[in-house]
Design a protein around this ligand. Structure first.
Ligand SMILES: *Cc1c(COP(=O)(O)O)cnc(C)c1O
Length: 371
């Protein structure tokens, strides 16, 4: 099967690239003795969970459904953190998970007696912003995420085996270092006698240029100073640049500029393009104005703003042309939707030069979540 013969739209997961990322993560575990978990929120493509499990310790979940998916498809350590657990879900979560992280002392008090034998932790908020986008900053003003130092109820420390913080998004080891200074100042004293410290996700470990030696140094330092096991739970770093979204040109219209209508949608299939927002990389294209032929790439939904971006090409686009967007494994399959009755992209695996269809979706997937 050639890329031109794939059903479109389709997410393609590049297994070789995924393995390259997994090797980087597993090398970090080996070098430091830290433990790495897949944050399923970014990438829940469970077809690859058995592969991922060969390299890391397990997964982390944001609630019952992810916890169940990890238990069914991955095994190993299964951590969970939720800003608030529900009474109805908690017992099942406690049955599935090895580590349970709470977001407040009220939640700990409410549920700890129903989690006997589990390793319990508290998410804290170091109140140290190292990024500018407040939507991705758990340390922003008014954040609900994590206990701030003034609200820490140290009399409940005996119930806790670990602390957790998550403050980064696509960030460097230098930003982790800055965060650790703030964390240690306010919460370091509570780590005495604890088993683990989870430093969350948002570490762009598999990105070119990431300072892995510094990360290793920080992890070593924490483990030696406090006698804890350090956990990292990246999502994005697992499948960074390990997937594509393949789409076809359906029509070209002209109104002020040339607009190509594709069979994929930013709104439905790559929502972060509109939410973050960002301009996804597209193979064989240039910035607007860089190459001779300029097109606005858009979708066949009715939403005027369902625009992927302006791209230029060496040759005019035509009906049937196949376009391949890059870095489409993370925060795509887990966030897509069938707005406007759009079909969901197929999920396809690529190994070497060979493609294989993992799953296709149809009308029943659209109808199944409506009534
Ligand atoms: C989102 C999230 C992660 C993963 O973040 P990435 O940016 O995908 O690495 C890990 N832990 C928590 C608590 C999160 O909310």
């Amino acid at each position: 099967m050639d890329v031109k013969d794939l059903p479109t739209p389709a997410y393609v997961v590049d297994e070789d690239k995924l393995i390259k990322n997994l090797e980087v993560l597993s090398a970090l575990q080996n070098a430091t003795g830290c433990k790495i978990l897949l944050a399923q929120k970014a990438f829940s493509c469970f077809h690859y969970y058995p592969l991922i499990k060969k390299y890391v310790c397990g997964a982390t979940s944001s609630g019952l459904y992810e916890a169940r998916l990890a238990a069914e498809e991955m095994g190993g350590e299964n951590h969970v953190y939720s800003p608030a657990y529900t009474d109805a879900e908690f017992d099942e979560i406690a049955g599935l998970c090895t580590h349970i992280v709470f977001n407040s002392f009220a939640q700990l008090k409410k549920f700890h007696s129903r989690a006997a034998g589990k390793s319990l932790g508290m998410r804290v908020n170091p109140q140290c912003s190292t990024q500018k986008t407040s939507a991705y900053d758990p340390c922003a003003y008014g954040s609900r995420l994590g206990v701030v130092s003034s609200a820490f109820e140290s009399e409940y420390l005996p119930l806790l085996q670990g602390l957790h913080f998550h403050t980064l998004c696509e960030q460097s080891a230098e930003d982790l270092k800055t965060t650790l200074t703030a964390f240690e100042k306010n919460f370091g004293k509570y780590l005495k006698g604890m088993k683990w410290l989870n430093v969350g996700g948002g570490h762009h470990i598999t990105k070119e240029g990431y300072n892995i030696p510094l990360l290793e140094k920080l992890i070593d330092g924490l483990q030696q100073k406090y006698g804890v096991t350090v956990y990292l739970e990246p999502g994005e770093a697992f499948a960074l640049n390990a997937g594509y979204l393949v789409a076809k040109v359906l029509e070209i219209v002209k109104n002020d500029i040339y607009v190509a209508i594709l069979d994929c949608s930013a709104e439905c299939h790559m929502p972060d393009v509109l939410e973050m927002p960002y301009r996804p990389p597209l193979f064989g294209s240039g910035e607007a104005g860089e190459k001779k032929y300029l097109y606005r790439l858009s979708s066949r939904t009715c939403l005027a703003g369902d625009v992927i971006g302006d791209y230029s090409f060496d040759a005019p686009l035509k009906e049937g042309d196949v376009l391949v967007f890059g870095d489409m494994a993370i925060y795509t399959m887990v966030k897509n939707n069938t707005f406007n009755g759009m079909p969901l992209p197929a999920i396809i695996g690529k190994k070497g030069e060979k493609y294989h269809i993992i799953k296709t979706f149809g009308y029943e997937d659209f109808k199944g979540r409506l009534s």
